[in-house]
Design a protein around this ligand. Structure first.
Ligand code: BDR
Ligand code: CA
Length: 311
């Protein structure tokens, strides 16, 4: 029996690569995609989610738009990294399908409550939708088997410093209030932060790109075009979001440190800083958060490439 997964995303080059990996992974079934403003405005990330699923032959997966802006801070995109359409300016065909009319928080709650304790949400954008769902449905955190988050920089490795500011990772910086709500919710949480996703052994380079370019399926074509855009500009393509999904696919790729995560929410130079208080409150009913502190990069990339390159 495969595991039911929902992706809450802001595509985004690496979000799109996470969708592709999810669709090629038989351990899981992608049941729902929800979108959030992050790498681009909500309308753009929603359109991109629809276009990616359509291109990969998965137009049946529902796409529900969520929050157009963070809970209480202004929205800032990352188009300078991801391209003017947040998807590498690829000009992917339109999906010819409308997004689901129901809001993301409602569909996320229905997804979790359909099988209490069995389902996983992987969130690879700002945590606004998840925070709204947890606030509207206070039982939701305990209904999930696990919430896997791409976000944060914890100083657990030499790579665990900020990418948006010197101290903060983009997703958490964008909506720190949402992140604080989610980390304090009592949900069982695993986090992939820059500590591992900025480790160069997890990023695609020009040799990997050449392999992708030799592929013939929509999966390899899309991955090659997205990767090619990033490699041309930054010499590698970081796989932050596929790495978060990999926690669900093969947990043994990671080593984790456990504790409580705090988030700096004030709008000053520390905004979005994440700190792991290791091993705190062992006796509390709230589960400790597992933060990735080590990764087998070569084995992860092998998994990613072999699945994307399947015929
Ligand atoms: C995160 O920020 C976004 O730009 C990426 O899609 C990823 O989720 C990395 O900091
Ligand atoms: Ca993302």
């Amino acid at each position: 029996m495969s595991l039911s997964v929902a992706l809450d995303i802001d595509p985004g080059i690496d979000d799109a690569l996470a969708v592709a990996l999810a669709l090629r992974s038989s351990e899981i079934r992608l049941e729902l995609v929800t979108t959030v403003a992050g790498n681009g405005p909500l309308e753009m990330t929603t359109r991109n989610a629809l276009r990616v699923l359509h291109y990969l032959g998965a137009g049946h997966v529902p796409v529900a738009p969520g929050a157009p802006s963070p809970l209480s801070k202004p929205f800032h995109g990352a188009l300078e990294y991801h391209g003017s359409d947040a998807l590498a300016d690829l000009d992917l065909p339109e999906a010819q399908k409308e997004p689901d009319p129901r809001p993301a928080h409602q569909l996320l709650f229905e997804f979790a409550s359909a099988a209490p304790g069995e389902r996983v949400v992987v969130a690879t954008g700002p945590l606004t939708n998840i925070a709204i769902a947890f606030q509207r449905y206070p039982e939701m955190p305990t209904l999930l088997r696990e919430l896997v988050i791409m976000g944060g920089a914890f100083g657990l490795t030499g790579y665990g410093t900020g990418n948006h500011t010197p101290v903060a990772e983009f997703n958490i910086w964008q909506d720190p209030e949402a992140a604080a709500i989610v980390f304090g919710s009592g949900a069982r949480i695993a986090v992939v932060g820059l500590d591992v996703s900025n480790d160069p052994s997890t990023a695609l380079d020009s040799t990997n790109l050449a392999k992708l370019r030799a592929g013939v399926t929509p999966f390899s074509r899309l991955a090659a075009d997205l990767t090619g855009y990033a490699v041309a500009r930054h010499s590698v393509c970081a796989l932050h979001d596929p790495l978060a999904l990999a926690v669900v696919l093969d947990r043994s790729l990671f080593g984790f440190a456990e504790g409580r995560v705090t988030v700096h929410t004030a709008g000053d130079e520390q905004q979005g800083r994440t700190i792991l208080l290791a091993g705190a409150q062992e006796d509390s009913a709230i589960p400790l958060t597992a933060v990735a502190a080590a990764v087998e990069g070569a084995r992860f990339k092998k998994l990613f490439l072999s699945r994307i390159l399947e015929d």
